[in-house]
Ligand binder design. Structure first.
Ligand SMILES: *Cc1c(COP(=O)(O)O)cnc(C)c1O
Length: 356
Protein backbone atom coordinates (compact mmCIF):
# COMPACT_ATOMS: atom_id res chain seq x y z
CA UNK A 1 0.00 0.00 0.00
CA UNK A 2 1.12 3.58 -0.64
CA UNK A 3 2.23 5.86 2.20
CA UNK A 4 -1.23 7.49 2.34
CA UNK A 5 -4.79 6.72 1.22
CA UNK A 6 -5.40 7.63 -2.44
CA UNK A 7 -8.39 9.95 -2.80
CA UNK A 8 -11.12 8.99 -5.25
CA UNK A 9 -13.45 11.48 -3.60
CA UNK A 10 -15.36 14.02 -5.69
CA UNK A 11 -13.18 16.62 -4.01
CA UNK A 12 -10.73 17.02 -2.55
CA UNK A 13 -8.87 14.95 -5.12
CA UNK A 14 -5.51 13.19 -5.05
CA UNK A 15 -2.49 15.53 -5.32
CA UNK A 16 0.66 14.32 -7.09
CA UNK A 17 3.94 14.26 -5.18
CA UNK A 18 5.60 16.80 -7.50
CA UNK A 19 2.91 19.37 -6.67
CA UNK A 20 3.02 18.62 -2.96
CA UNK A 21 6.78 19.14 -3.00
CA UNK A 22 6.43 22.53 -4.69
CA UNK A 23 4.11 23.57 -1.87
CA UNK A 24 6.71 22.61 0.72
CA UNK A 25 9.45 24.92 -0.65
CA UNK A 26 10.45 27.93 1.51
CA UNK A 27 7.99 30.81 1.45
CA UNK A 28 8.62 34.08 -0.42
CA UNK A 29 6.99 37.44 0.18
CA UNK A 30 3.85 38.11 -1.85
CA UNK A 31 5.23 41.50 -2.95
CA UNK A 32 8.58 40.07 -4.10
CA UNK A 33 9.43 40.46 -7.79
CA UNK A 34 9.39 36.69 -8.26
CA UNK A 35 5.93 36.30 -6.84
CA UNK A 36 4.51 39.29 -8.74
CA UNK A 37 5.77 37.67 -11.96
CA UNK A 38 4.30 34.30 -10.96
CA UNK A 39 0.90 35.90 -10.31
CA UNK A 40 0.94 37.69 -13.67
CA UNK A 41 1.93 34.46 -15.41
CA UNK A 42 -0.75 32.50 -13.62
CA UNK A 43 -3.53 34.87 -14.75
CA UNK A 44 -2.25 34.72 -18.34
CA UNK A 45 -2.05 30.91 -18.26
CA UNK A 46 -5.59 30.56 -16.91
CA UNK A 47 -7.05 32.02 -20.11
CA UNK A 48 -6.44 28.96 -22.32
CA UNK A 49 -7.81 26.74 -19.55
CA UNK A 50 -11.13 28.62 -19.75
CA UNK A 51 -10.76 28.93 -23.55
CA UNK A 52 -11.10 32.68 -23.26
CA UNK A 53 -9.36 35.86 -24.35
CA UNK A 54 -11.30 37.92 -21.77
CA UNK A 55 -10.27 38.27 -18.11
CA UNK A 56 -8.94 35.46 -15.93
CA UNK A 57 -7.83 35.79 -12.32
CA UNK A 58 -7.99 34.01 -8.96
CA UNK A 59 -8.82 34.59 -5.32
CA UNK A 60 -7.74 32.84 -2.13
CA UNK A 61 -11.06 31.36 -1.01
CA UNK A 62 -13.30 28.31 -1.37
CA UNK A 63 -15.43 28.18 -4.52
CA UNK A 64 -18.54 29.00 -2.49
CA UNK A 65 -17.13 32.51 -1.97
CA UNK A 66 -17.09 32.99 -5.75
CA UNK A 67 -20.73 31.86 -5.98
CA UNK A 68 -21.48 34.72 -3.60
CA UNK A 69 -19.15 37.17 -5.38
CA UNK A 70 -20.91 36.49 -8.69
CA UNK A 71 -24.23 37.43 -7.09
CA UNK A 72 -22.88 40.55 -5.36
CA UNK A 73 -21.10 41.85 -8.48
CA UNK A 74 -23.47 40.97 -11.28
CA UNK A 75 -26.98 41.24 -9.82
CA UNK A 76 -28.31 44.54 -8.45
CA UNK A 77 -29.79 44.42 -4.96
CA UNK A 78 -33.33 43.04 -5.20
CA UNK A 79 -32.66 41.75 -8.73
CA UNK A 80 -33.86 38.35 -9.82
CA UNK A 81 -31.60 35.34 -10.29
CA UNK A 82 -32.77 32.21 -12.07
CA UNK A 83 -31.17 28.99 -10.80
CA UNK A 84 -31.03 25.79 -12.81
CA UNK A 85 -31.49 23.65 -9.70
CA UNK A 86 -31.50 19.90 -9.16
CA UNK A 87 -28.72 19.02 -6.75
CA UNK A 88 -27.00 20.25 -3.61
CA UNK A 89 -24.67 22.79 -5.22
CA UNK A 90 -27.18 24.39 -7.58
CA UNK A 91 -29.58 24.71 -4.63
CA UNK A 92 -26.84 26.23 -2.47
CA UNK A 93 -26.43 29.00 -5.08
CA UNK A 94 -30.12 29.93 -4.76
CA UNK A 95 -29.73 30.05 -0.96
CA UNK A 96 -26.72 32.36 -1.37
CA UNK A 97 -28.63 34.72 -3.68
CA UNK A 98 -31.46 34.95 -1.14
CA UNK A 99 -28.99 35.54 1.70
CA UNK A 100 -27.55 38.46 -0.31
CA UNK A 101 -30.97 40.10 -0.64
CA UNK A 102 -31.50 39.12 -4.27
CA UNK A 103 -34.66 37.36 -5.48
CA UNK A 104 -33.83 33.77 -6.41
CA UNK A 105 -36.19 31.71 -8.55
CA UNK A 106 -35.49 28.12 -9.49
CA UNK A 107 -36.14 26.00 -12.51
CA UNK A 108 -35.79 22.55 -10.97
CA UNK A 109 -34.83 19.32 -12.71
CA UNK A 110 -35.37 16.00 -10.94
CA UNK A 111 -32.16 15.03 -9.15
CA UNK A 112 -30.08 12.86 -11.45
CA UNK A 113 -31.42 14.38 -14.67
CA UNK A 114 -30.05 17.17 -16.86
CA UNK A 115 -31.87 20.40 -17.65
CA UNK A 116 -33.81 20.58 -20.90
CA UNK A 117 -32.89 23.68 -22.96
CA UNK A 118 -36.45 23.76 -24.33
CA UNK A 119 -37.89 24.12 -20.82
CA UNK A 120 -35.45 26.92 -20.07
CA UNK A 121 -36.53 28.64 -23.27
CA UNK A 122 -40.20 28.43 -22.24
CA UNK A 123 -39.38 29.78 -18.79
CA UNK A 124 -37.48 32.76 -20.24
CA UNK A 125 -40.17 33.49 -22.83
CA UNK A 126 -42.75 33.95 -20.06
CA UNK A 127 -41.52 37.52 -19.82
CA UNK A 128 -40.14 37.89 -16.32
CA UNK A 129 -36.44 38.24 -17.20
CA UNK A 130 -33.75 37.44 -14.63
CA UNK A 131 -30.66 39.63 -14.15
CA UNK A 132 -28.56 36.46 -14.10
CA UNK A 133 -28.95 32.75 -14.79
CA UNK A 134 -26.95 30.42 -12.56
CA UNK A 135 -25.87 27.09 -14.04
CA UNK A 136 -23.96 24.36 -12.20
CA UNK A 137 -22.09 22.79 -15.12
CA UNK A 138 -21.35 19.56 -13.31
CA UNK A 139 -23.61 18.81 -10.32
CA UNK A 140 -21.17 16.98 -8.06
CA UNK A 141 -23.83 15.70 -5.65
CA UNK A 142 -25.54 13.64 -8.37
CA UNK A 143 -22.91 13.26 -11.11
CA UNK A 144 -24.89 15.14 -13.77
CA UNK A 145 -23.14 17.13 -16.50
CA UNK A 146 -25.45 19.81 -17.92
CA UNK A 147 -25.63 20.61 -21.66
CA UNK A 148 -23.98 23.95 -20.91
CA UNK A 149 -23.42 25.07 -24.49
CA UNK A 150 -27.12 24.65 -25.32
CA UNK A 151 -28.37 26.17 -22.05
CA UNK A 152 -26.10 29.22 -22.39
CA UNK A 153 -27.24 29.71 -25.99
CA UNK A 154 -30.88 29.75 -24.87
CA UNK A 155 -30.13 32.41 -22.25
CA UNK A 156 -28.22 34.53 -24.76
CA UNK A 157 -31.11 34.36 -27.22
CA UNK A 158 -34.12 34.69 -24.92
CA UNK A 159 -32.76 36.85 -22.07
CA UNK A 160 -29.90 38.70 -23.79
CA UNK A 161 -29.36 41.06 -20.84
CA UNK A 162 -28.97 38.25 -18.30
CA UNK A 163 -25.51 37.32 -17.07
CA UNK A 164 -24.63 33.67 -17.69
CA UNK A 165 -22.99 32.50 -14.45
CA UNK A 166 -21.39 29.06 -14.37
CA UNK A 167 -20.19 26.97 -11.44
CA UNK A 168 -17.46 24.97 -13.18
CA UNK A 169 -16.00 23.59 -9.96
CA UNK A 170 -15.98 19.94 -11.09
CA UNK A 171 -15.87 20.54 -14.85
CA UNK A 172 -13.02 23.00 -15.49
CA UNK A 173 -9.98 20.97 -16.63
CA UNK A 174 -12.07 17.78 -16.75
CA UNK A 175 -14.79 18.51 -19.31
CA UNK A 176 -14.94 20.89 -22.28
CA UNK A 177 -15.92 24.44 -21.30
CA UNK A 178 -15.59 27.09 -24.02
CA UNK A 179 -16.02 30.35 -22.15
CA UNK A 180 -15.96 32.71 -25.14
CA UNK A 181 -17.58 30.51 -27.77
CA UNK A 182 -20.48 29.53 -25.50
CA UNK A 183 -21.19 33.11 -24.37
CA UNK A 184 -20.45 32.73 -20.65
CA UNK A 185 -20.03 35.77 -18.37
CA UNK A 186 -18.43 34.20 -15.33
CA UNK A 187 -17.11 30.70 -14.65
CA UNK A 188 -15.08 29.54 -11.68
CA UNK A 189 -13.50 26.48 -10.05
CA UNK A 190 -11.68 25.68 -6.82
CA UNK A 191 -8.23 24.09 -6.94
CA UNK A 192 -9.26 20.94 -5.01
CA UNK A 193 -11.32 19.34 -7.77
CA UNK A 194 -10.23 18.76 -11.39
CA UNK A 195 -7.07 20.82 -10.89
CA UNK A 196 -5.89 18.17 -8.42
CA UNK A 197 -4.38 20.53 -5.85
CA UNK A 198 -5.21 21.26 -2.23
CA UNK A 199 -8.15 23.59 -1.59
CA UNK A 200 -7.43 27.31 -1.22
CA UNK A 201 -7.63 29.12 -4.55
CA UNK A 202 -10.62 29.74 -6.77
CA UNK A 203 -9.82 30.55 -10.39
CA UNK A 204 -12.32 32.41 -12.54
CA UNK A 205 -12.93 33.96 -15.96
CA UNK A 206 -15.01 37.09 -16.44
CA UNK A 207 -16.36 38.56 -19.67
CA UNK A 208 -15.87 42.24 -20.59
CA UNK A 209 -19.64 42.58 -20.51
CA UNK A 210 -19.73 41.25 -16.94
CA UNK A 211 -17.01 43.66 -15.85
CA UNK A 212 -19.03 46.56 -17.31
CA UNK A 213 -22.20 45.31 -15.61
CA UNK A 214 -20.40 45.05 -12.26
CA UNK A 215 -19.32 48.70 -12.48
CA UNK A 216 -23.02 49.65 -12.33
CA UNK A 217 -23.91 47.46 -9.34
CA UNK A 218 -23.59 49.37 -6.03
CA UNK A 219 -22.18 47.92 -2.78
CA UNK A 220 -20.12 45.17 -4.38
CA UNK A 221 -18.13 44.76 -1.20
CA UNK A 222 -14.37 45.10 -0.80
CA UNK A 223 -12.24 41.99 -1.27
CA UNK A 224 -14.36 40.45 -4.00
CA UNK A 225 -15.13 43.63 -5.93
CA UNK A 226 -14.36 42.47 -9.48
CA UNK A 227 -13.90 46.01 -10.78
CA UNK A 228 -10.94 46.48 -8.44
CA UNK A 229 -9.78 42.93 -7.75
CA UNK A 230 -9.47 41.66 -11.31
CA UNK A 231 -7.08 44.34 -12.66
CA UNK A 232 -5.07 44.26 -9.42
CA UNK A 233 -4.62 40.51 -9.50
CA UNK A 234 -3.86 40.43 -13.22
CA UNK A 235 -1.13 43.03 -12.68
CA UNK A 236 0.43 40.78 -10.01
CA UNK A 237 -0.69 42.86 -7.03
CA UNK A 238 -3.70 41.21 -5.40
CA UNK A 239 -5.23 43.36 -2.70
CA UNK A 240 -4.74 40.88 0.16
CA UNK A 241 -2.18 38.12 0.78
CA UNK A 242 -2.84 35.15 -1.48
CA UNK A 243 -1.96 31.52 -0.72
CA UNK A 244 1.58 31.78 -2.10
CA UNK A 245 2.49 28.05 -2.18
CA UNK A 246 -0.69 27.21 -4.11
CA UNK A 247 0.06 29.86 -6.71
CA UNK A 248 3.39 28.18 -7.50
CA UNK A 249 1.83 24.72 -7.50
CA UNK A 250 -1.02 25.81 -9.79
CA UNK A 251 1.43 27.42 -12.18
CA UNK A 252 3.23 24.08 -12.47
CA UNK A 253 -0.06 22.21 -12.79
CA UNK A 254 -1.12 24.48 -15.67
CA UNK A 255 2.19 23.67 -17.42
CA UNK A 256 1.44 19.97 -16.98
CA UNK A 257 -2.09 20.44 -18.36
CA UNK A 258 -0.74 22.35 -21.37
CA UNK A 259 1.67 19.50 -22.01
CA UNK A 260 -1.07 16.89 -21.78
CA UNK A 261 -3.35 19.18 -23.88
CA UNK A 262 -6.98 19.84 -23.04
CA UNK A 263 -8.44 17.43 -25.62
CA UNK A 264 -6.28 14.57 -24.25
CA UNK A 265 -7.22 15.49 -20.70
CA UNK A 266 -10.95 15.48 -21.52
CA UNK A 267 -10.56 12.16 -23.35
CA UNK A 268 -8.82 10.64 -20.29
CA UNK A 269 -11.76 11.67 -18.11
CA UNK A 270 -14.21 10.12 -20.59
CA UNK A 271 -12.20 6.89 -20.53
CA UNK A 272 -12.42 6.80 -16.74
CA UNK A 273 -16.18 7.28 -16.93
CA UNK A 274 -16.39 4.39 -19.41
CA UNK A 275 -14.21 2.15 -17.20
CA UNK A 276 -16.50 2.88 -14.26
CA UNK A 277 -19.54 2.06 -16.38
CA UNK A 278 -18.25 -1.29 -17.60
CA UNK A 279 -17.21 -2.31 -14.08
CA UNK A 280 -20.72 -1.42 -12.87
CA UNK A 281 -22.36 -3.34 -15.72
CA UNK A 282 -20.30 -6.43 -14.95
CA UNK A 283 -21.45 -6.27 -11.34
CA UNK A 284 -25.12 -5.33 -11.93
CA UNK A 285 -24.70 -1.92 -10.31
CA UNK A 286 -27.15 0.67 -11.61
CA UNK A 287 -26.17 4.24 -12.52
CA UNK A 288 -27.94 6.99 -10.57
CA UNK A 289 -28.00 9.10 -13.74
CA UNK A 290 -30.01 7.10 -16.27
CA UNK A 291 -29.38 9.23 -19.37
CA UNK A 292 -25.94 8.35 -20.65
CA UNK A 293 -25.35 11.83 -22.16
CA UNK A 294 -25.88 13.43 -18.74
CA UNK A 295 -23.32 11.21 -16.95
CA UNK A 296 -20.41 13.26 -15.69
CA UNK A 297 -16.90 12.47 -16.94
CA UNK A 298 -15.40 13.59 -13.59
CA UNK A 299 -17.62 12.03 -10.92
CA UNK A 300 -19.71 8.88 -11.17
CA UNK A 301 -22.72 8.35 -8.96
CA UNK A 302 -24.08 4.78 -8.76
CA UNK A 303 -26.95 3.22 -6.83
CA UNK A 304 -26.21 0.84 -3.96
CA UNK A 305 -28.08 -1.82 -5.99
CA UNK A 306 -28.55 -4.06 -2.94
CA UNK A 307 -24.98 -3.67 -1.73
CA UNK A 308 -23.81 -2.27 1.57
CA UNK A 309 -22.17 1.02 0.61
CA UNK A 310 -20.49 1.45 3.99
CA UNK A 311 -18.87 -1.98 3.72
CA UNK A 312 -17.71 -1.14 0.17
CA UNK A 313 -16.10 2.06 1.38
CA UNK A 314 -14.43 0.12 4.23
CA UNK A 315 -12.99 -2.45 1.84
CA UNK A 316 -11.70 0.38 -0.36
CA UNK A 317 -10.20 2.06 2.69
CA UNK A 318 -8.44 -1.14 3.75
CA UNK A 319 -6.91 -1.33 0.28
CA UNK A 320 -5.75 2.30 0.48
CA UNK A 321 -8.54 4.15 -1.38
CA UNK A 322 -11.11 6.70 -0.25
CA UNK A 323 -14.49 6.79 -1.98
CA UNK A 324 -17.66 8.70 -1.10
CA UNK A 325 -20.77 7.09 0.41
CA UNK A 326 -23.35 9.41 -1.19
CA UNK A 327 -24.24 13.08 -0.73
CA UNK A 328 -26.78 14.20 1.88
CA UNK A 329 -30.05 12.30 1.48
CA UNK A 330 -28.36 9.97 -1.00
CA UNK A 331 -25.93 8.67 1.64
CA UNK A 332 -25.95 4.89 1.70
CA UNK A 333 -28.36 4.76 -1.26
CA UNK A 334 -25.65 5.77 -3.71
CA UNK A 335 -21.88 6.00 -3.76
CA UNK A 336 -19.68 8.38 -5.70
CA UNK A 337 -16.24 7.96 -7.17
CA UNK A 338 -14.39 11.10 -8.14
CA UNK A 339 -12.22 10.24 -11.16
CA UNK A 340 -10.91 13.70 -11.85
CA UNK A 341 -7.62 15.52 -11.92
CA UNK A 342 -4.52 13.40 -12.47
CA UNK A 343 -6.13 9.97 -12.02
CA UNK A 344 -5.70 7.35 -14.74
CA UNK A 345 -7.85 4.45 -15.95
CA UNK A 346 -5.33 1.99 -14.47
CA UNK A 347 -5.42 3.63 -11.05
CA UNK A 348 -9.23 3.78 -11.12
CA UNK A 349 -9.42 0.10 -12.01
CA UNK A 350 -7.20 -0.79 -9.07
CA UNK A 351 -9.56 1.13 -6.79
CA UNK A 352 -12.66 -0.52 -8.30
CA UNK A 353 -11.15 -3.98 -7.76
CA UNK A 354 -11.09 -3.34 -4.03
CA UNK A 355 -14.75 -2.41 -3.67
CA UNK A 356 -16.63 -5.74 -3.90
C1 LIG B 1 -17.12 21.33 -4.29
C2 LIG B 1 -18.11 22.15 -5.01
C3 LIG B 1 -18.45 23.46 -4.62
C4 LIG B 1 -17.95 24.08 -3.34
O1 LIG B 1 -16.59 24.23 -3.32
P1 LIG B 1 -15.91 24.86 -1.99
O2 LIG B 1 -14.51 25.10 -2.44
O3 LIG B 1 -16.04 23.82 -0.92
O4 LIG B 1 -16.64 26.09 -1.64
C5 LIG B 1 -19.33 24.18 -5.39
N1 LIG B 1 -19.87 23.66 -6.51
C6 LIG B 1 -19.57 22.40 -6.92
C7 LIG B 1 -20.21 21.89 -8.17
C8 LIG B 1 -18.69 21.62 -6.18
O5 LIG B 1 -18.40 20.38 -6.60
Amino acid sequence: MADHPTLFLPGPTEVDLELREIMATPLVGHRSAGFVAATQQLCARLKPLFQTTANAAFETCPATAMMEAAVRNLVPHGGMTLHLAGGAFSERWATIAGACGRKPESLTATWGTAHDPQQLKERLQKGHKPAAVMITHNETSTGVLQPLRELAAVVREHAPEAMVCVDAVTSLAGADLQFDAWGIDIAFAGTQKCLALPPGLTVFALSERALRAAANVPDRGFLFDFVKAVPETVSGKPLATPCVPLVFALLRQLERIEKETLPARFARHHEMRAAMRSWAQQNAIEPYVSAEAARSPTVSCYRASGRDVKAMAERASNAGYKIDQGYGDLKGKTFRIGHMGDHTVARLQACLKSLL
